[in-house]
Write a protein that binds this ligand. Structure first.
Ligand code: GLV
Ligand code: MN
Ligand code: MN
Length: 466
């Protein structure tokens, strides 16, 4: 009798969901109220709870968002406050509205979609990521954590869930440092960076467009007070970010879900050298002080110091190396390089920074060039996930019958900064060959659906129980 009733319920819910929802059977949630205490079904007597993810619609949204790009498909380039960024923001706000969320934006364009819970004054449970994309990158980095979060809200809505703590989806402004050289700009400000709030009023991009002008052109920064972005201490009780792994571990090991326990400590440095320049034929080698060669030598020194750490966890990249005037028959009179170095061990990462600085000084002396700039743009500590969020993510993955493992994030994320304001956790899903920051980046609809389900259940649990 009981099993017939259950079957009837299942059929009824499938009918209601309709054909448009692509539900892969392996991840259909069959969970009991005892297994997931605190998750309220629409009907408390309901013992089988099916949470469908609309994979078809989600993939269409990912594809459509990828067309708002400054480079041709399959690559995506979406730079802060560009026309395509503004269109993409409109797209996100529209989806948030359609999901029933009330939408607001702050002075730098962090976008918040809120589902008011039955305890509206309690700190909310938040989730989200970014949609800006570095030049010639892919369509999943960050996007999965924004569109996936909106779909997680849809999933909870469809399932009849009623939040106790409010739920918020956040689209963070400029996680990527592309335009103004500052990573996680939106979340860094939300976390209360006074120095950034001040610096933004003076910052210009490579085309000499000020942050203020760019922000205003996108409809933000009306009152020019970026401290207005800082979060109150009691805004959030938890923050969870869904993201592609950007590494190969989950795919290689055939595991569906990564439970992130820590985020590595990133730092970025800008260095400038200046020399006399001159004619490529007429100035003889002993007379030269070539700023380009100083930069090249420093780039090699970065690799050397990183390798000296002796740990595979220490990494360093020179992703920008520019020489002026940039003519084949002119000795570079100025050079500019930008260095990204990271480690899960902050002290070890800082040792690399010190050694790179010593090298920059000694190279400039030896080559007779001026060290015009050695600026540590950011030197962020690592962040640890909170046990309460880890437990919620793990129990959600278990209930869904999904294989999962604990892992660290070697990429940085807005979660690094949200961890300063709320207990934090991250859900990773596999991506093809671990590719990221290039057009080949790919995550399958099935893997994304699994991540969305884990996110939905985690949010539900944190909304009700924490
Ligand atoms: C984020 O995109 C990073 O560079 O880790
Ligand atoms: Mn990225
Ligand atoms: Mn990202």
């Amino acid at each position: 009798m009981a099993s017939r009733f259950l079957l009837l319920l299942l059929l009824l819910s499938l009918l209601l969901i309709g054909n448009c929802i692509e539900e892969d059977e392996t991840t259909t949630i069959k969970t009991t109220m005892e297994q997931f205490s605190g998750y309220p079904a629409a009907d408390p007597s309901q013992e089988i709870h099916s949470i469908p993810v609309d994979s078809l619609a989600l993939q269409q949204q990912i594809d459509e968002l990828s067309t708002f790009s400054d480079s041709a498909a399959p690559s995506v380039t979406r730079i802060l406050y560009s026309d395509n960024d503004v269109v993409a923001r409109r797209f996100i706000k529209n989806l948030m509205g359609r999901a029933g969320l009330s939408v607001r934006e702050d002075a730098v364009g962090n976008i918040f979609g809120r589902w008011e819970g039955s305890e509206p004054d309690a700190p909310a449970v938040s989730t989200g990521s970014h949609i800006d994309a570095i030049p010639y990158s892919g369509k999943y980095d960050g996007v999965v954590g924004v569109l996936g979060a909106i779909e997680a809200i849809n999933v909870l809505n469809r399932s009849g869930f009623k939040p106790k703590r409010s739920l918020e989806v956040i689209m963070f402004t400029s996680e990527e440092p592309t335009r103004y050289g500052i990573s996680c700009l939106g979340s860094r400000l939300l976390a209360g960076s006074v120095s950034l709030a001040k610096a933004l009023t003076q910052t210009v991009d490579n085309a000499n467009i000020s942050f203020l002008d760019a922000a205003k052109s996108a409809g933000y920064a009306e009152n020019e007070d970026f401290s207005s972005v800082f979060l109150d201490e009691k805004s959030y009780s938890a923050f969870v970010e869904l993201h592609i792994e950007q590494g190969p571990i989950l795919e290689n090991e055939g595991i569906s879900i990564g439970i992130v326990t820590a985020i590595a400590a990133p730092a970025s440095i800008k260095v400038g050298f200046g020399g006399n320049g001159g004619h490529a034929g007429a100035v003889l080698m002993p007379q030269r002080n070539d700023a380009g060669l100083a930069a090249a030598e420093l780039a090699l020194a970065v690799e050397k110091h990183v390798l000296e750490s002796g740990s595979v966890d220490t990494v360093g990249t020179v992703g920008i190396l520019e020489v002026h005037p940039g003519a084949i028959n002119s000795i570079p009179s100025r050079s500019h390089i930008e260095i990204d170095t990271r480690d899960i061990d902050e002290k070890r990462r800082n040792t690399v920074i010190e050694k790179v600085h010593e090298s920059a000084v000694s190279i400039s002396k030896r080559r007779g060039v001026d060290l015009l700039e050695f600026k540590i743009v950011n030197q962020d500590p690592p962040a640890l996930s909170d046990d309460s969020v880890i437990n919620a993510m793990e129990s959600a993955a278990q209930l869904l019958g999904l294989s999962h493992k604990k892992m660290i994030s070697r990429a940085y994320h807005d979660s690094l900064f949200m961890a300063r304001k709320a207990p934090m956790g991250m859900i990773f899903i596999p991506c093809y060959k671990g590719y990221s920051h290039k057009p080949e980046e790919y995550a399958s609809p099935e893997d994304i659906a699994k991540g969305v389900k884990v996110l939905a259940l985690t949010l539900a649990k944190l909304s009700i129980n924490s």
